[in-house]
Structure formats: structure tokens, C-alpha cells
Design a protein around this ligand. Structure first.
Ligand code: PMV
Length: 316
């Protein structure tokens, strides 16, 4: 049995979303975490979880017991409670294609794939709403105060217009949008950037709230542009969002450089994506400039560049 969950990118609104502003995120269905579930032979080994894949030199093997107390064990316990099931006698192998600590939601995707794997192993339904709640709880263990956008877009695997604490709103895509996502190669912890923004807010609440409000206004206009299929307007809004994120101090010289390189090569818009300070940037490109922008990002030293088209990808 195999279950999976995708990566995600935040198109606009990161950081401000923690403070109740809207944000827009899309799944990246071509980049996934897969959980393979195999009944143990011989039986009686208990629940084994083997995590490997990208960024890991050797697979990490965990034998789950009631008394374990690391993050993965706590996630397993939450899932088994939600499923009202005992630990199955299976090996779940997690294989991730998503780079860690780079703004692509690898942690939430691993947890979501694991939850689906456990549900398959005990042969029970795990509705997306319950999966989403558990993945959010696990995200809190890692991040402290996540807005919930990562787990939502990853679990439901559809473009979302997200407001913290509000019911999920699926985004209508008026026309397919092509994005290039480029990795600075520098990992950065989201919770550090989030804590720094909090400090900024505490030190200068009015100024910082003004930046959040400006971001919220951009996100609302971006939603309209996306629904109308107006890529040019969306690109300009992304550029503006990047400038506001710079003022929130969450960009970095490498992110700024890749953003500029993409724009110089003809991208319609570009900005950092996710927690910032490193990790990935995202560029919106027209079909005719896609190759040139991709090559420019490669040439500028991006650790990895991939393309994703929103509004065209098949549902899981
Ligand atoms: O770094 P990522 O992809 O996990 O994105 C974090 C997005 C933030 O808005 C910075 C934090 C959050 O919890 O929404």
C-alpha cells in the first residue's frame, strides 16, 4: 500500500497570515512524500517507521512504543487516537522528494503521508478534516505558532485562499499559471523568522501592522487576478509582496539576488516563498520566457529549480 502528500508553495501573504491576514498557497503535486506500508514478515515486530529520501544520508529507523516521546512518536499517538486503533504490525517507509527547511512544507507533508499510511495499515478512514487537525497539532510541536496554511494546502491538495481559523476556501484558477521555484540552497528555520517578525511587531506595532495590512490588500487583489487569469497583474502584486517581506526583514541577499535575476530574465513577478531568510523563491513566468528565466536562475547558482503549473495539475 502506498499513500502520499505533496509539497506546497506560498504565492502571497506569508508571515502576515500568522496575524490573521489572508494568504494564497498552492500544492506542488509533482514533488511528494510517499509512505509505503508493508505488513511485517515475520509478524510481531510492531510498528516500524523508516524515514529516508532526500537530505538524509542514511535512513532513520524508529520502532514505535507507547513510551517513546519524540515528535514522530507523538504524531503516531495522535493518529492512532484519531483512528481509535492500536499500533499495527507494519513497516511504514517514508520517502521524501521535498527538501527540508526550505519553505516547501516538507514537515507537514511527511506527517500527512504518515497519517494516511497509518490509516491504510489499520484499514480505517481518516477524513481530510481530521488529518488536517492532527497535522496542525504536529506542526505546532515543530513551529510553535503556525498559521495552519501549510497543513491545509498539503492535506486538501488544492489552491487555497487561507485565513487563520476560517473555513478553507478553494481558489478558482482563471487560467493556468506557470511558476519556477528556485532554491537558494540555504536552509532556514521558519520559527526563527516568525519569532523575529514577532519581535518587530512588539517593538513597532503600528508600523508592522501597516505592513501586514498592505500585504493583506495585495493578497485580496491577487485572488482576483488569479480568478481572472491575469498573470501580468499577479506578477506585479508578487513583486510588491516581496518588497514588503524585505521590510519585515525576512528576505536575504541570496533571495533578493534570485528575485532580481528572475525579473531581469523576463519573469512577470518574483518573491521569496515561505518563512524566508533562505529556502526558496518563486517566479511567475509566461510560457515564452520560462526557459530563459530557468536558465538564468541556474546560472545564478540556484541549488535547484523546478517548474510547476497551477490550474492544470491533475487532482490526486
Ligand atoms: O516556511 P514555510 O513554508 O513553512 O512557511 C511558513 C509560512 C509563515 O507564514 C511564515 C508561517 C506560518 O505559520 O504561516
Amino acid at each position: 500500500m502506498e499513500t502520499s502528500a505533496p509539497a506546497k508553495i506560498i504565492l502571497l501573504g506569508e508571515h502576515a497570515v500568522v496575524y490573521g491576514c489572508p494568504a494564497i498557497a498552492v500544492p506542488v503535486s509533482s514533488l511528494r512524500v510517499t509512505a509505503s506500508v508493508v505488513y511485517n514478515q515475520p509478524s510481531g515486530l510492531g510498528l516500524r517507521i523508516v524515514a529516508g529520501g532526500q537530505n538524509q544520508t542514511a535512513p532513520v529507523e524508529i520502532i514505535w512504543t507507547e513510551t517513546r516521546d519524540d515528535a514522530i512518536a507523538r504524531a503516531v499517538r495522535l493518529f492512532l487516537d484519531a483512528l481509535d486503533a492500536a499500533a499495527p504490525d507494519v513497516t511504514i517507509s517514508l520517502d521524501s522528494q521535498i527538501p527540508v527547511a526550505s519553505g516547501l512544507g516538507s514537515g507537514a507533508a511527511i506527517t500527512a503521508a504518515l497519517g494516511r499510511g497509518l490509516a491504510a495499515a489499520v484499514n480505517k478512514e481518516l477524513p481530510d478534516s481530521v488529518l488536517n487537525d492532527v497535522v496542525y497539532e504536529v506542526e505546532k510541536m515543530y513551529h510553535g505558532t503556525p498559521s495552519g496554511i501549510d497543513n491545509t494546502v498539503i492535506v486538501y491538495e488544492r489552491p487555497v485562499y487561507f485565513v487563520r481559523g476560517k473555513p478553507i476556501e478553494t481558489l478558482i484558477i482563471g487560467a493556468p499559471l506557470e511558476f519556477l521555484v528556485a532554491d537558494t540552497g540555504q536552509s532556514a528555520l521558519t520559527r526563527v523568522a516568525v519569532a523575529d517578525v514577532r519581535r518587530l511587531y512588539d517593538a513597532a506595532p503600528e508600523h508592522t501592522q501597516g505592513l501586514f495590512d498592505a500585504i493583506a490588500a495585495l493578497v485580496k487583489r491577487a485572488r482576483q487576478s488569479i480568478e481572472e487569469g491575469d498573470a501580468h497583474a499577479l506578477g506585479l502584486l508578487m513583486n510588491e509582496n516581496h518588497r514588503l517581506l524585505q521590510q519585515l526583514t525576512v528576505s536575504s541577499p541570496q533571495l533578493d539576488r534570485l528575485v532580481q535575476v528572475a525579473l531581469d530574465a523576463g519573469a512577470l513577478g518574483a518573491k521569496l516563498s515561505g518563512g524566508g531568510r533562505g529556502g526558496n523563491m518563486v517566479a511567475l513566468v509566461a510560457a515564452e520566457s520560462s526557459r530563459k528565466v530557468g536558465q538564468a536562475l541556474d546560472y545564478a547558482g540556484a541549488a535547484r529549480v523546478f517548474q510547476t503549473v497551477v490550474g492544470q495539475e491533475k487532482e490526486r
